[in-house]
Write a protein that binds this ligand. Sequence first.
Ligand code: AQP
Length: 335
Amino acid sequence: MDETTKQKVILSGIQPSGVLTIGHLAGALKNWVDLQNDFRCYYMIADLHSITLRQVPAELRQRTIETAALFIAAGINPETSTLFVQSQVPEHAELAWVLSTYTGFGELSRMTQFKDKSEKHPENINAGLFTYPVLMAADILLYQADLVPVGDDQKQHLELTRNLAQRFNHYYSETFKVPEPYISKIGSRIMSLQEPTTKMSKSDPNMNASIFLSDSNEVIVNKIKRAVTDSDALIKYDEANKPGVSNLMTLYHLATGRSFAEIENEFEGKGYGDFKLAVGISVANWIAPLRDNYFEILKDKKRLQDILTQGAEQARRVARKTLDKVYKKVGFVRF
Ligand code: AQP
C-alpha cells in the first residue's frame, strides 16, 4: 500500500525484551491483526526502548528476529502493514532529541511508569528511562499517527505526546497530527499466573508466571495447573477479591469465546482442578497453531530479514518527510 493513502494511520510497538507472552497476544497482537483491515498500520519492534533496561546483546538480536516472526505468526501481514525495527529508522532518535528540548523536566518527573521502573531497577536509573516518553512521542508523531492502541500504563505517555504535538504546532505551525488513544476491548489485560494482581510480563524471572507464545501444550497446561488462585473453590468473576480465578476466566473466555456467565455455569459445583485443566487445554489449543506457524517462519531467516529491510525503508520514507519538516521549522540548515 502506498503511504499517500488517506486511510487513518495507526502506530504501535512491542519491545524485544523477552519472548512475547499470551498477554501480548490478547492485549496487542490480536487487535493489531484486526486493525489492519481498516487502517494504515505501522508495527514496530521497539529495540531502542528495550535498552533502557540492560539487555544481553546476542539475546536482543535473537529476540528482535523472534518478535518479528511472532508478529507474522499472529497474523500481521507485512504486505499491507509496515513491520520494522525501530533502530533501523534513525529518525526516531533524531526527532526524540528535538522533542526533548520542548519537554519539561517536571513533566517527565510526573510519569508514573518512570517511578515504577526506577523502584524496580534501583541499580540502573538511567536518563533513557527518564526520557523514554519523549522517544515514544517521536515514534508516534513521525508517522502522523491518528490513533495509538494503548493500555492503561501508556495513557499518561500518550497524553504527553499530544501535549508535545500541540506545543510544537502552536510554537511554529501545523506540523504534527495530534493522536488519539485507541482503547482496546476490556478483558485483554492478562495478569501474572503467580501474582495475579500484577501484569503478566515477558521479563518476569519466575517462569511459571507467564505463558510464552513459544511454550509447548504440555508447558501451558502445567503452568495453568500451578496458577495461584484462592481457597474458596468458587469459579466466579471477581477481579478485586478473586484475581487469580478471574484471570483464568479471562484466558478461558479468550480461548473459547464463552462469556463469564457461561463459564460460571459450566463450572458450577466443580473444583479448581477441573477448571484449571479445562483452561489449560483450551489455551494450549488456542496457542498451538500460532506457535507452530512461528517455528516455521523462524526457519527462513532470509525472508524475515527481507521483510524487515523493506519495512524499515517504507518507514523511513514517511519518517524522513516529517523530520525534514521539523528540521526546517526549528531552523536547521538544509542544503
Ligand atoms: N499482560 C499483558 N496483558 C495485556 N496486554 C499486554 N501488553 C504487554 N503485556 C500485557 C501489551 O503489549 C504492548 C507493549 O508491550 P511491551 O513489551 O513493549 O511493553 P510492556 O507492556 O512493558 O510488556 P512487558 O512484557 O511487561 O515488558 P517487559 O517485561 O520487558 O517490561 C502494549 O500494547 C501492552 O498493553
